[in-house]
Design a binder for this molecule. Sequence first.
Ligand code: SAM
Length: 264
Amino acid sequence: MKRQIEVLVGYLKYNFKAQSKYRVHSPFVFDFYKNILKNDQSYPQYRLVNKYRKELISQSRFIKRKDLGSRAKSYAYDQRFVRVKDIARRSSVSVKNGEFLYRLTQKYQPTNILELGTSLGISTMYFALAVPQGHVFTIEGCIDSANLAKANFDHYGLKNITLITGNFNDKLASVLHQMPSVDLVFFDGNHKKEPTLSYFEQCLQHIHPDTVFIFDDIHWSSEMHEAWNIICKDPRIKVSIDLFQMGIVFFKEELSQENFRLRF
Ligand SMILES: C[S@@+](CC[C@H](N)C(=O)[O-])C[C@H]1O[C@@H](n2cnc3c(N)ncnc32)[C@H](O)[C@@H]1O
């Protein structure tokens, strides 16, 4: 209940302060708003991910769930065995946000993408389809979820994904070193303040000016809200964009330092 109230208050604040395109003066952010956020073009790749999502949602079988992140304590389905369809419904990126990730990736063309939190691989699929010549490195701590995701990446012929199983705390440093470049990072697991800031700090050591960071669930709890506020104030970042569900961070040197809240 406390978390729901925090989310509601966060949403009201966001909604009150969110900007429309008429108040965005940065050409870079205006382009982001017009061509990524509000681009309603339908791409054929969306259909493939929707097909996979439907397949998962039709599966009533149970898999063994091991959640190393904060969600473990908050859902009724936090039990040893969970239906595939419940994970697909509750843990995966929504259609709206997944399609946004696809457009963002397609627009900025990152060569190497890192995802923290594969789950069943729905967001991974959006990334992999958006940059077929690129590569997605994705880390997942729940073995059964990872196995299911991997089987489906193979089934859909997605060869540009490397799935690493294990705890982010143990795997992140070596994956970052293994990646030829770190062009986009999607932080979507372990939604607690200190781990999020620690992963942020580790990833920062590998960025270049065109790297993009995307944080999911930035207002999911007061801890995530605090983490996001700290990230926005970090002098190494140039532009942050709060979309309520997700927060986007850019490091481009030519941008002036500014924090935006955009209506999505
Ligand atoms: C919200 S889900 C990811 C959803 C996925 N990105 C999607 O949209 O389809 C978060 C995942 O992160 C994993 N996770 C959380 N904390 C972790 C940790 N410390 N190490 C490894 N995996 C972790 C959980 O097991 C869970 O599957």
